[in-house]
Design a protein around this ligand. Structure first.
Ligand code: GZL
Length: 332
């Protein structure tokens, strides 16, 4: 006699069998049209990282890896050693693996349309983190999560104009730019330049890329010290280049933070220590801890939910006193 009780028990067993069968593949091989695992399997996220060029990047990578673990997201991670062709290769491999979502920090702003169109054709949503792209086609990615680099450059310029408000003669500035063609380098240069343009005493006498690394920052600063008769200020697009430049300045027998004032961006631990020690004068923060927000975005995008086109991170600025207070509990 097929009672109601039997019917309920049968339905429960059939339901459980159905769920477990469609959740078997965690790498999205289940043939689902939108790639990635469907049903009960973990979401697979393919992340193509820029590289490991700076303290900021190390902190950013740690945040992404730890947050994926906490969120139960199956993370496939690649380091492109700051080469665009390696990032494109990684994105293509994620497409072949049919991951559920792709995220990456574009090492430079241009040259992404082709590979992002391939991801779109494969019905795999893309999230940009940290750095932006210059493509006008906003359908190539679901969201951008990161900083406003123009604002960061403006903050550095505003500090400088205050610091040198009473200066009468020329204020000679040398600039260590980030990676050529990258959004942070382009925008930090623009933001800073727009602010100091208000007063002709501010002169950028030399500006060159240090590729966001300590070694290159030192090398380029050594060249600046040889070629420039008077340097009053160094504007570095990140702390790692500023720290390399400090080695060059000390090697030339000058006192960083006094003979040459230094304003930098990031606020990573070693930069904050140099600020506390008076070797750097001011740092504009750029927050690398994007992991938790990224995983939240990944889950929403994987579920087909609408997400904001742009999510800007909270950031502050540090002078010496504020750095000394913040250092002990800093996460990076
Ligand atoms: C900024 C990030 C930059 C950092 C550098 O969001 O892309 O790249 O400022 C890092 O330290 O190398």
């Amino acid at each position: 006699m097929f009672t109601k009780k039997w019917a309920a028990a049968t339905a429960a067993v059939v339901g459980a069998l159905l769920l477990s069968s469609c959740g078997t593949s965690s790498s999205g091989g289940s043939g689902s049209t939108n790639g990635g695992a469907s049903g009960g399997g973990a979401i697979t996220l393919g992340f193509a990282q820029v590289g490991a060029e700076s303290g900021w990047r190390t902190a950013n990578t740690k945040s992404i890896q730890e947050s994926a673990k906490t969120a139960g997201i199956d993370l496939k991670f690649s380091d492109a050693q700051q080469k665009q062709e390696n990032q494109i290769k990684a994105i293509r491999s994620y497409i072949q693996q049919k991951v559920k979502v792709i995220a990456f920090s574009p090492v430079v702003e241009s040259g992404w349309e082709t590979v992002l169109k391939e991801a779109k054709t494969a019905n795999i949503p893309v999230i940009l983190t940290d750095r932006a792209i210059d493509s006008p086609d906003k359908t190539l990615y679901k969201s951008f999560l990161g900083s406003d680099f123009v604002k960061e450059g403006q903050k550095a310029g505003q500090w400088l104009t205050k610091e040198f408000a009473s200066a009468t003669g020329d204020v000679n500035i040398v600039e260590l730019q980030g990676t050529t063609g990258s959004a942070p380098a382009n925008d930090r240069k623009k933001g800073f330049g727009d602010v100091i343009a208000a007063d002709p005493k501010f002169k950028v006498v030399a500006s060159q890329t240090g590729d966001f690394t300590r070694a290159k920052g030192k090398e380029v600063m050594e060249a600046f010290l040889k070629s420039q008769s008077k340097i009053d200020v160094l504007y570095a697009h990140n702390d790692d280049m500023a720290l390399g430049a400090i080695e060059a300045i000390e090697g030339a027998g000058k006192v960083p933070g006094k003979d040459i004032k230094i304003v930098s961006i990031d606020a990573v631990h070693d930069g904050m220590q140099a600020l506390a020690d008076g070797k750097i004068n001011y740092i504009v923060e750029c927050n690398p801890l994007l992991g938790p927000q990224l995983m939240d975005l990944v889950k929403k995008v994987a579920a087909g939910q609408e997400v904001p086109a742009r999510i800007e991170t909270e950031e502050t600025e540090f002078d010496q006193a504020k750095a000394k207070t913040a250092l002990p509990q800093r996460q990076y």
